[in-house]
Design a binder for this molecule. Structure first.
Ligand SMILES: Nc1ncnc2c1ncn2[C@@H]1O[C@H](COP(=O)(O)OP(=O)(O)OP(=O)(O)O)[C@@H](O)[C@H]1O
Length: 372
């Protein structure tokens, strides 16, 4: 368990953050620029000291003001990956990686060189110097160097912010492997929703130095009251689905979740694999009954849960679909004419699904919306 509660005054800014998250996977701190994300991970790293509070990772107490505990930076065993890779330019990739390893006594090394090189696909780069590497390759080396220092926790501050869309799509699977195959908790800072949607196990939404929401990505994204914090344009939800089967003749894949099925353009994953999709509110339509004679293929039985105004003429309607949620952005006039109220059974039509760095099965060229 990550357990953090800190108060810290930074000039005119006050950070007052408290959350717990499971240790497994990626905890993503998401929020606008200046909301306090970097200040939180600097406190976790021990680079700054909160005025009060505690920071605990599993059994290890890094900081506790009441008990006067403040483990120094070098004893925290925390790997820190920055936006820019910060590799040693005069050293080869191999030497950069070995630098991480050499910082730890041999008996305490449980993460070995070979598996890290394999995990991050660095084998063919070992004799090169950073100068000739792409941004994404440099970041992979930075991940490797951090891992080989045998961290208790890995911090990543906007690790993809300096990469273009194609490079980002290239590096995301490596971060997923890191998340899924190494038993190291990751705390990542991001202001890019697509990264959070794809990578986060727990999402911590931060606004003006406070935690606005915390929980699984789908649950946080599905809250209507938070669209001002997440960014109104990004309103939508996240569904976790499983590949059920492919329909080769039509180039389609059928995905299953607790609310039914979605048919989408072919996803290059084997049946049984998990897929996370970001479904924008603007791509969901509400109907009172199963429509006939429409091109949209995905119609899901749903119940209206909540309705909130989202613009001068629009409303966001939160729909329960099985145990999951969708948000539909429709006109307020439509809410009135259809007589939508909480509890009303409806049909949710999903007319588009965003495939991009934020969706698994993303095409390498980056983000695109597919009508389904
Ligand atoms: N040492 C400091 N002294 C004064 N103000 C500070 C200090 N450190 C941070 N701040 C202020 O605290 C606020 C939060 O900064 P922080 O870097 O944590 O935000 P952020 O969410 O990571 O933003 P970004 O995404 O732009 O990096 C900012 O207004 C910043 O100017």
């Amino acid at each position: 368990m990550l357990d953090l509660a800190i108060r810290q005054t930074l000039g005119a800014f006050t950070l007052d953050i408290a959350f717990t998250a499971e240790e497994r996977g990626v905890t993503a701190l998401f929020g606008r620029s200046g909301s306090g994300k970097t200040s939180v991970i600097n406190a976790i790293a021990g680079l700054t000291r909160p005025d009060a509070g505690h920071i605990r990772i599993g059994d290890t107490l890094f900081f506790d003001s009441a008990r006067r505990i403040d483990i120094p930076v070098e004893k925290r065993r925390i790997g820190y990956v920055f936006q820019d890779a910060r590799l040693f330019p005069h050293m080869t990739v191999r030497s950069n990686l070995e630098f991480g390893l050499r910082r730890v006594p041999a008996v305490e090394r449980h993460i070995a060189f070979g598996p890290v090189v394999e995990l991050l696909g660095l084998g063919h780069l070992l004799d090169r110097r950073p100068r000739g590497l792409s941004g994404g390759e440099k970041q992979r080396v930075a991940f490797g160097r951090a891992l080989l220092a045998q961290p208790r926790l890995l911090l990543m501050d906007e690790p993809m912010a300096s990469l273009d869309t194609a490079r980002k799509a290239e590096i995301m699977p490596y971060i997923e492997r890191l998340r899924d195959e190494m038993n190291i908790p990751i705390v990542m800072v991001s202001h890019a929703l697509d990264e959070v949607v794809r990578l986060a196990t727990t999402m911590v939404l931060i606004g003006e130095g406070r935690v606005r929401a915390v929980g699984p990505v789908g649950a946080v994204m599905g809250r209507l009251d938070l669209s001002a914090v997440t960014g109104a344009q990004d309103a939508g939800t996240v569904l976790d689905l499983t590949v059920e089967r492919h329909v080769p003749d039509d180039g389609l894949t059928v995905l299953a979740f607790d609310g039914g099925h979605l048919t989408v353009p072919r996803v290059e994953r084997a049946p049984g694999a998990s897929v996370r999709l970001h479904i924008h509110a603007r791509d969901v339509i509400v109907a009172l009954q199963q429509p006939v004679g429409v091109s949209v293929r995905n119609a899901l039985a749903a119940t209206v849960v909540e309705i909130a105004e989202s613009g001068p003429s629009s409303a966001d309607v939160r729909l329960a679909v099985g145990g999951s949620f969708l948000i539909a952005r429709i006109t307020r006039a439509a809410v009135r004419e259809l007589g939508l109220t909480p509890g009303r059974p409806v049909v949710a039509l999903v007319k588009g699904i965003a495939f991009g760095p934020g969706s698994i099965g993303a095409p390498a060229e980056g983000r695109r919306i597919v009508d389904v």
